[in-house]
Design a protein around this ligand. Structure first.
Ligand code: KIV
Length: 288
């Protein structure tokens, strides 16, 4: 039996997927995420921006790593994600992909990098070929259905981001909880269904009432990952700097400091993964 656990070894063997059949730690893929939803195992996800953190996420048992455009705020010091470019995400994805073995790598499509079908395809290909991403994430509701369909039609795995869409911050007038009124909630459920039907493999919900998060999750076959979307979703994602208490000042209500009582960042990440899996995070105080 071949037991391969080291990514450096894997790079030297042929037909990696065949060698991995007997591996103890199988890399996560879209099928794994669907199986986790089906058996009710929560998906533990974190953002990641470089190789050192990628190794920690992997060691800590994280299932999904996202190179989010939140890097514009936590790495680059901007006050929104709008200034982030394709070059930035390609660069950080490349760094992260070198440190990952088991977690599934998603890369964000930055502001205005998917304004047309052709542009979206060309940029998604860059994130996969140059950045090593397995899936691309884009923000959008009904307006992005055609783009998602086009990418899915080219066999690109897509995560559709609904709820608070930080790239629209100047249009919506701030970082606010979304879907609070009945009309907006119904629209979000319809959008989530339309994006799934268009070929989205994962839906991400940001900053919405917990009841709406649970309702959308129950309505969809694909896994739903939430950030500030309550406990009723299939998985959670947080910004890694927030859970490791690196972010200074006021932090979003939905986040939690996992460094409290931890001996170091690896233990903090392990405690986050455990809390997501045993459902002790998010607690009522993290929900809207
Ligand atoms: O950019 C990002 O990090 C994200 C998460 C907040 C989900 O989209």
């Amino acid at each position: 039996m071949i037991v391969v656990t080291d990514s450096a070894i894997l790079r030297r063997v042929m037909y990696t997927h065949l060698q991995l059949r007997d591996a103890e730690r199988q890399p996560v893929n879209v099928a794994t995420l669907r199986q986790m939803k089906a058996r009710g195992e929560k998906i533990a996800s974190l953002t990641c921006y470089d190789a050192s953190f990628a190794v920690l996420l992997d060691e800590g048992g994280v299932d999904v790593a996202l190179v989010g455009d939140s890097l514009g705020m936590v790495i680059q010091g901007h006050d929104t994600t709008v200034p982030v470019t394709m070059e930035d995400i390609v660069y950080h994805s490349r760094l992260v992909s070198r440190g990952l073995y088991r977690p599934f790598l998603i890369a964000d499509m930055p502001f205005m990098s998917y304004a047309s079908k052709e542009q979206a395809l060309a940029n998604a290909v860059r994130l996969m070929q140059e950045g090593g991403a397995r899936m691309v994430k884009l923000e959008g509701g009904a307006g992005q259905v055609e783009i998602v369909e086009f990418l899915a039609g080219h066999d690109i795995a897509v995560c559709a981001h609904l709820g608070l869409k930080p790239q629209s911050v100047h249009k919506i007038g701030g970082f606010k909880v979304q879907g609070r009124d009945e009309k907006a909630a119904r629209q979000m459920i319809a959008d989530a269904r339309a994006l799934q039907d268009a070929g989205a493999d994962v839906v991400l919900l940001e900053c919405i009432p917990a009841e709406l998060g649970a309702e959308i999750t129950a309505a969809l076959e694909v896994p739903v990952i939430g950030i500030g979307a309550g406990p009723g979703v299939d998985g959670q994602i947080l910004v890694v700097y927030d859970i490791l208490d690196i972010t200074t000042g006021r932090k979003p209500r939905f986040t939690r400091n996992f460094m409290e009582g931890s001996s170091g960042p690896l233990e903090g990440i392990k405690r986050y993964v455990t809390a997501v899996k045993d459902r002790s995070y998010p607690a009522p105080e993290h929900c809207f």
